[in-house]
Design a protein around this ligand. Structure first.
Ligand SMILES: Cc1cc2nc3c(=O)[nH]c(=O)nc-3n(C[C@H](O)[C@H](O)[C@H](O)COP(=O)(O)OP(=O)(O)OC[C@H]3O[C@@H](n4cnc5c(N)ncnc54)[C@H](O)[C@@H]3O)c2cc1C
Length: 590
């Protein structure tokens, strides 16, 4: 067998999105001599971060406070946040935004030159920094440009990471495939940062880019790392029916309203209103995403939605904002609505419905980004730092990429300097073992079509692990996912057996990861016999149960018959759980 190409470095960062770039920059800044390999299956600017529209949170106004950001985040997360980590997060966000500004990020500004911040769901004040409605694009571009200044960062664009190399309980590299040639490359390093993004593509209807398929989570899980809080999947309430294209919360932050078939602002019927007059709205359209998505579900059940060719929808009305403001603040949304929904938001409401948007859970880390596997770090959407709890507030994720991307980069750089390297023979053996099943997949002549298996995964997840869940549906979903795993073990039949730019092969590997992640979601959801944040049940467990479930879920890999679930304590420092109330419901935030 021909020798595999090997790249020896000090740190491998998997992922060129916001978290991966921020981690690589932090590592290179800390130690310019460090050899950092930045490995990504797409060129960094195509990472999903580029699609973020609305904003990134950080206290900016005189009338705002770190306490305010802390309280909104913990309330929004239905008290499942680790409060010590939230404290660190809110304290560091603003400095990161300013740092990004100094690197060239064109934040939108007020007429007097001060930073503009907008409302976002669940935030009690204007706190979300933005660059029109292309915030993710500008942030990613700024980070990408900045990363070019560091010669220590070597980029490997369009390399697909297939597995971690783990020896004796410690990470020592990754196995990747160069996409153009299909040739394996072994990256060796004593520290690896996973920044591979979320797993929204586990569901059919979602806002995520096609590449958001969960490999980072699956790779860690395959090496024994229990994934945390995977039952908490966020539906975004306003996406285009059919395509799932996101219509940013920034629209509602600017004053957009949601109406049902009868033209009624129906959120007032779900304890989220009535609203106070603009510019100090209380909840309603600016309630948290979980509550808005659930309200849609009820409206749909009651037949008060409108029918579109791509399914039922409600209406997002921006008309009262006026053309000038719509075009200034929401130029991309205007274009998207015109092009993909065939409506001009200046004169017609946009039809919208919920779709899967974000995975709150992931690889558990401490506040430095360290995962429970020696040498492994994680940041961004693939990580579960503990700041989002049961429901992430919009605009906290982009901020998270910066705060915890930097932390993970720094901690991994430190680790890389002190950790010992593996012997060449060990590395070669591990890489060979990791490659074998991937080649087997390519050569396999039996098995089912990928599209059939994927369709089945989407059906199971939408039916059994949707916006509302129940015991029977979750039981069925767990069983069906196990059956799908059996079918997958029988092989996937690929049409393309070449190595050269074989996207079918890559998609098959992505699917394997997605299914693994899906099982952790379904099993974690079944074990949480209560309703909290984005995990809502319409059976006997329709209430929050702090006595039994004020705990994180850990989904361990198990012995082949599905994940093994464990519950572990949540860190509470100063906010005692109370009823999560919005708008007309009285106390509480937003
Ligand atoms: C449409 C949309 C709008 C959003 N808007 C906002 C917003 O306004 N505010 C906010 O706070 N949040 C928003 N979010 C959420 C936020 O954008 C994401 O959580 C965040 O950008 C994820 O960043 P990341 O760096 O973790 O991952 P990503 O940006 O998804 O990057 C993942 C990287 O990992 C690489 N990768 C993955 N798997 C592999 C593999 N197997 N091998 C090699 N490389 C791999 C990819 O190539 C990519 O470079 C939005 C999300 C979506 C989908």
């Amino acid at each position: 067998m021909q020798a595999m190409e090997q790249v020896d470095c000090d740190l491998v960062v998997v992922g060129g999105g916001g978290a991966g770039l921020r981690a690589a920059i932090a590592a290179a800044e800390q130690d310019p001599g460090l050899r950092v390999a930045l490995v990504s299956k797409v060129v960094p600017m195509r990472s999903h971060t580029v699609a973020a529209e609305g904003g990134a949170a950080g206290v900016a106004r005189e009338d705002d406070s770190l306490d305010g950001h802390f309280n909104d985040t913990v309330t929004g997360g239905d008290w499942l946040c680790d409060q010590d980590v939230v404290e660190r997060f809110v304290a560091e966000c603003t400095a990161e935004m300013v740092q990004l500004e100094q690197w060239g990020c064109p934040w939108s500004r007020q007429e007097d030159g001060r930073i503009h911040v907008r409302f976002f769901g669940g935030m009690t004040t204007q706190r979300s920094w933005y660059a029109a409605d292309k915030t993710g694009f500008h942030m990613l571009h700024t980070l990408f440009q900045t990363s070019l200044r560091y010669p220590g960062i070597q980029r490997y664009d369009e390399y697909f990471c297939a597995d971690l190399l783990v020896d004796d309980g410690a990470v020592c590299g990754v196995l990747a495939l160069e996409i153009a040639s299909g040739e394996p490359v072994c990256f060796t390093a004593p520290a690896v940062v996973l920044a591979t993004g979320g797993a929204g593509r586990v569901y059919g209807q979602n806002t995520n880019a096609g590449i958001v398929t969960g490999e980072g989570m699956a790779m860690a899980h395959a090496h024994g790392v229990a994934l945390r809080d995977m039952e908490f999947v966020q539906w975004h309430p306003t996406t285009l029916p059919g395509s799932g294209i996101l219509i940013t919360e920034g629209c509602r932050g600017e004053g957009g309203v949601l109406t049902n078939r009868d033209g009624r602002r129906y959120l007032q019927d779900y304890g989220l209103g009535p609203t106070e007059p603009w510019p100090r709205p209380k909840a309603m359209e600016l309630g948290p995403r979980d509550r808005l998505s659930q309200a849609f579900w009820y409206e749909d059940q009651a037949g008060r939605t409108i029918a579109t060719a791509q399914g039922s929808a409600v209406q997002l009305d921006l008309r009262h904002l006026g053309e000038a403001r719509i075009l200034e603040r929401l130029p991309m949304i205007t274009e998207v609505a015109r092009r993909y929904a065939g409506v001009d938001p200046v004169c017609t409401p946009i039809p919208v419905r919920p779709a899967v948007h974000y995975t709150m859970g992931g690889i558990p880390t401490d506040a430095r980004g360290a995962a429970p596997l020696d040498g492994l770090f994680a940041a961004g959407e693939c990580a579960s730092t503990g700041i989002h709890g049961a429901n992430r507030l919009g605009s906290n994720s982009l901020a998270e990429l910066l705060v915890f991307g930097r932390a993970a980069g720094q901690a991994a750089a430190e680790h890389a300097r002190s950790a010992k390297r593996r012997r060449q023979g060990v590395l070669e053996r591990l890489a060979g073992e990791a490659l074998a099943p991937r080649l087997e997949l390519l050569r396999n002549e039996r098995g089912e079509r990928l599209a059939v298996l994927r369709g089945e995964l989407h059906r199971i997840m939408e039916q059994g692990v949707g916006i509302f869940r129940n015991e029977q549906g979750l039981d069925e979903a767990c069983r069906a996912l196990a059956a799908l795993r059996e079918r997958l073990a029988g092989g996937i039949r690929l049409d393309d057996r070449s190595r050269t730019y074989n996207t079918e092969w890559l998609t098959a590997m992505e699917f394997q990861a997605s299914l693994q992640v899906a099982e952790t979601m379904a099993w974690s959801a079944r074990a949480r016999r209560e309703s909290r944040g984005a995990h809502v049940r319409n059976d006997a467990y329709d209430q929050r149960d702090d006595e039994r479930f004020l705990v994180h879920t850990l989904a361990h890999p198990g012995d082949g018959s599905g994940p093994v679930i464990e519950h572990v304590p949540v860190t509470i420092t100063r906010s005692t759980p109370r009823r999560r109330a919005y708008g007309a419901e009285g106390e509480g935030s937003a």
